[in-house]
Design a protein around this ligand. Structure first.
Ligand code: FEO
Ligand code: CA
Ligand code: CA
Ligand code: CA
Length: 553
């Protein structure tokens, strides 16, 4: 895109025309350049002329950053956020909302806590199945998933949590959360808690979205036979159902949290499956388009289009038929095949995976994060891998809605980048566009596959963060800019509103540890020398140059 078009885009974007509401401006996941008309030719040229160097793949147990990037830890697992609560485990999605739009240095950070390592959190050794588990252990695990809201401020270039701030709070697997639906779910109008909170999103009305991904690891799943008879399939990992008999149908939803008071709701209309993320676009008439993927082998990609302004309840959920480029409505009223198998729309939404297959939706290679390119309007989706189908390295796919209308019912798509040796990354997971439209990618090779001699992941070494420059001679190249501590995954990349900070989660360092006194990682090198998931703030010249902020006041 040439400068004239780019600047005109910036002008449009600042008016909220191309990418929605002005408040989203600078909020990472749906980043829109804020520099606007202030971007000069020379700034763009500086960006085009940058020579970026990949750091080498590394097995070192540390968070290693390229030149011009520095990090400091904002918060880590177990840190007290106030007199009664502590920060949860395995931080994933992060989302920063400034309290006052005129001050980008003071606001609320939401952090997802996806799952726990019982070895450190509850003391239960899941590698030894003969060990007795107690309710107290399960209660500890339940406390450490969900999410945290913390007030953070930037003081002298360092982000700090405000301890005991009235906004600081925890949402856990014990927090009651209402269903945003007119009918009960398994006889109830609310669920106990949220869990498996992987990635998420932000709404135009300034609330957080947190997505329940591998929900069946906690209370199991209700499975249906061919004859439509149901039975309970036990959870593989956590077996909380041994102590709390909560219906599996209460989990696997998109959860919305109000940052100001911590109230939360689960959005039934967006369907139930292993939601990785939920990425919203607000149409001119304020109706909402929500993209969300099901991160499991051979599952699907969805989009919800609301029929009313600002609603995540009234509307239609569609599932992607990639072969024919069609969005298929998961609408019980209009689809005789769904009427045959399910008793009503609520059941279609609860059993969205099955309903999608009934309609012939395309089975995909684990759709993970979704971001809308702020410049082209293309919808980028990562497919992390699908090992049984011999897709070990995944890919990033670009969807173009017909006529560039996000509520269109047809689309085309192409592969933007394939994972593998040629592009230097494997198993893409989270995505984020920065203020200049460069694409940032994190990788998620599983801890059990990384750095093994006999596995296809050997040469990629530790999980990493990459940037794909949008301009200049390196346009489209995948540049490694950070390498994670051992066994960890870098998640939740989110740019601060002024583009000067990249918030990033370091999740599950030392996950392959068998003996907790001899961990595989000691990051972040605390006095107690045990690995701890933590959220860091990355700042520095490199971040500012990529965001075209260099030499602007
Ligand atoms: Fe929790 Fe799909 O990553
Ligand atoms: Ca993920
Ligand atoms: Ca993202
Ligand atoms: Ca993943």
């Amino acid at each position: 895109m040439d400068r004239r078009k780019f600047i005109s885009f910036l002008g449009k974007a600042s008016a909220g025309a191309l990418i929605t509401p002005p408040f989203l401006i600078g909020c990472g996941s749906t980043t829109t350049p804020i520099a606007g008309e202030n971007v000069s030719n020379s700034q763009l040229n500086r960006l085009k002329n940058l020579k970026l160097e990949s750091i080498p793949a590394s097995k070192v147990d540390d968070l290693i950053l390229t030149n011009g990037m520095n990090y400091h830890t904002i918060i880590k697992w177990g840190d007290a956020i106030n007199d009664k609560d502590t920060f949860g485990y395995n931080n994933d999605f992060t989302c920063f909302i400034p309290l006052d739009k005129t001050n980008p240095k003071d606001g609320l950070l939401w952090v997802n806590h996806e799952y726990v390592n019982p070895l450190y959190v509850s003391g239960y050794n899941y590698r030894n199945p003969n060990t007795l588990r107690t309710k107290e252990q399960i209660d500890k695990e339940m406390y450490n998933v969900g999410g945290s809201i913390i007030r953070i401020k930037e003081v002298n270039g360092k982000w700090e949590m405000v301890f005991n701030d009235p906004y600081n709070r925890r949402i856990t697997a014990k927090t009651p959360i209402v269903f945003n639906w007119d009918y009960p779910i398994c006889g109830k109008d609310s669920a106990i808690g949220t869990l498996a909170n992987c990635s998420g999103g932000i709404t135009p009305w300034n609330t957080f979205l947190s997505c329940e991904e591998n929900y069946d690891d906690f209370y199991g799943e209700t499975v249906y036979t061919e004859n439509n008879k149901s039975y309970h399939k036990k959870s593989k990992y956590y077996q909380w159902e041994d102590f709390y008999q909560y219906p599996p149908e209460h989990y696997g939803w998109v959860v919305e949290i109000n940052p100001k008071d911590g109230t939360a709701q689960k959005h039934i209309a967006l369907g139930r499956f292993a939601h990785e993320c939920c990425t919203l676009y607000e149409l001119d008439d304020k109706r909402i388009v929500a993209y969300t993927g099901d991160d499991a082998n051979d599952e699907h990609l969805y989009k919800f289009v609301s029929s009313k302004p600002s609603s995540l309840k009234e509307g239609t959920l569609y599932v992607a038929d990639m072969v024919n480029g069609k969005w298929l409505p998961l609408d019980w009223q209009k689809q005789p095949l769904l009427k045959k198998r399910f008793k009503d729309q609520t059941e279609v939404l609860i059993r969205a995976r099955e309903a999608s297959k009934v309609l012939g939706a395309t089975q995909l290679n684990r759709p993970e994060d979704i971001e809308i390119d702020p410049i082209s309007g293309n919808v980028f989706v990562t497919f992390t891998n699908n090992k049984p189908k011999n897709d070990y390295h995944g890919s990033i796919v670009k969807i173009q809605e017909d006529n560039n209308e996000f509520d269109s019912l047809s689309f085309t798509y192409s592969t933007y980048k394939a994972g593998g040796e040629k592009n230097g990354f494997s198993c893409p997971d989270n995505l984020s566009f920065d203020l200049a439209g460069n694409l940032w990618i994190t990788s998620d090779m599983s801890g059990s596959s990384m750095n093994k001699d006999d596995k296809p992941y050997k040469n990629f070494k530790n999980n990493s963060l990459f940037v794909v420059p949008r301009y200049g001679s390196q346009e489209g190249k995948v540049i490694r800019v950070a390498s994670a501590p051992r066994d960890a995954e870098l998640t939740g990349p989110w740019f601060s509103p002024n583009g000067k900070t990249l918030f990033l989660s370091v999740q599950h360092p030392g996950e392959q540890t068998e003996d907790k006194d001899n961990p595989t990682s000691k990051w972040p090198f605390d006095e107690d020398t045990i690995p701890k998931p933590a959220v860091v703030a990355i700042t520095g010249d490199f971040i500012e140059k990529m965001n075209m902020l260099d030499k602007i006041v």
